[in-house]
Design a protein around this ligand. Structure first.
Ligand SMILES: [Mg+2]
Length: 121
């Protein structure tokens, strides 16, 4: 599986990688980016099976990156992982086509659920 992980915080990326189920990590390549523009560029280059996307980032934020990724591939599987727990943020990303909005810090259990959902598709 190709996993694209985009967050401007190296620590946030590290936490997510640590919590991805071992059996997934062992058979996947994890591509990392640190802003929205990289998210769009890396998506086009690697066509990942799943994207984990932060919202608040420099250069281009996660909202714009999500819109551009969905415009490029309407079947894209994008999970937004953010500290912004406002209802408005959730409504906005779901309207843009995100699979779900998960709040930071995401735990092992929720990540495992996401991957089992993906594997069933
Ligand atoms: Mg951020």
């Amino acid at each position: 599986m190709n996993i694209l992980l985009v967050d401007d915080s190296p620590l946030s990326r590290k936490i997510i990688i640590t919590r991805i189920p071992e059996e997934i990590k062992g058979t996947s390549s994890i591509i990392q980016g640190s802003n929205g523009q990289e998210a769009v560029d890396l998506y086009k280059e690697h066509r990942p099976d799943i994207v984990f996307l932060d919202l608040t980032m420099p250069v281009m934020d996660g909202y714009e990156a999500l819109d551009q990724i969905m415009a490029y591939d309407k079947g894209a599987c994008v999970y937004v992982i953010t500290a912004d727990i406002q209802k408005k943020a959730q409504e906005k990303v779901l309207a843009s086509g995100a699979a779900a909005l998960e709040t930071k810090p995401i735990d092992e259990e929720r990540l495992a659920k996401i991957f089992s959902r993906i594997n069933q598709e």
